[in-house]
Design a protein around this ligand. Structure first.
Ligand SMILES: [Mg+2]
Length: 232
């Protein structure tokens, strides 16, 4: 259904790189891990700087294994697993992107129901949402990890569930997110309006979409987004 034929009643947002910039979470996690590691081994090395540079160079896979190797730390598998746990359990220093709070306020005032649907490990996702302090805006919050790993996007399970919770028809739902590789396939199939919100500094914005996974709209600003979501 084209956007001009529908009235959106519920707007469901993704979390990472949609409401806040994921790179700042990554940076904050590296700082937590570096502090933990320095305390553990009693050495004052700039671990976070090394990890951040590697991340900025586009290499984020097996970060802590590479750290171990680069600094010859001789960490065991269990110790590396602990670093991952420290990263996922740290209290992140992150803020919502500029304009997000006003956007949510505006949508609420115009009578839209708001939802949050996010993949990712718990408790990391819950800690992120708490840190950006936006819980109060949402009528429904769903972390797919709470259902099962198989409910992570592109599975439609989370989308079905949050739609039912918000009690609106599929065609009156919009999903606002950042990653074409996994975010838009399922809501497209269900008949939602899908919107990619592009911002400078996002990590996954240029990931290619699978067949049927292109967003129906692409926006760059809050103003553009509001215009689409508030259209009659
Ligand atoms: Mg995201």
């Amino acid at each position: 259904m084209p956007p001009w034929c529908r009235k959106i009643q519920a707007v469901i947002f993704d979390l990472d790189d949609t409401l806040f910039l994921e790179r700042y979470y990554v940076k904050s996690g590296f700082e937590a891990v570096a502090t933990y590691l320095r305390n553990m081994i009693g050495e004052k090395k700039p671990f976070e700087r090394w990890m951040w540079r590697r991340f900025l160079a586009g290499k984020s896979e097996k970060m802590f294994d590479s750290l171990n190797e680069h600094f010859s730390l001789n960490l065991s598998k269990d110790q590396i697993a602990k670093l991952i746990a420290v990263y996922r359990q740290h209290k992140p220093k992150i803020k919502p992107c500029r304009g997000v709070k006003n956007l949510l306020t505006n949508l609420k005032q115009r009578g839209k129901k708001l939802g949050l649907l996010s993949d990712g490990f718990l408790p990391a996702q819950q800690l992120k949402l708490r840190a950006i302090n936006l819980e109060r805006f949402f009528d429904a919050i769903l972390f797919t990890e709470e259902i099962s790993r198989s409910a992570w996007k592109p599975s439609p399970i989370g989308f079905e569930k949050i739609r039912a919770e918000l009690n609106v028809p599929h065609h009156a739902c919009a999903y606002v997110a950042d990653n074409p590789a996994k975010d838009f396939l399922a809501p497209n199939k269900l008949g939602w309006l899908t919107i990619q919100w592009r911002r400078r500094g996002q990590i996954h914005a240029d990931n290619p979409p699978p067949k049927g996974g292109k967003p129906k709209q692409i926006v760059h600003t809050c103003k553009e987004l509001l215009k689409i979501l508030l259209a009659d």
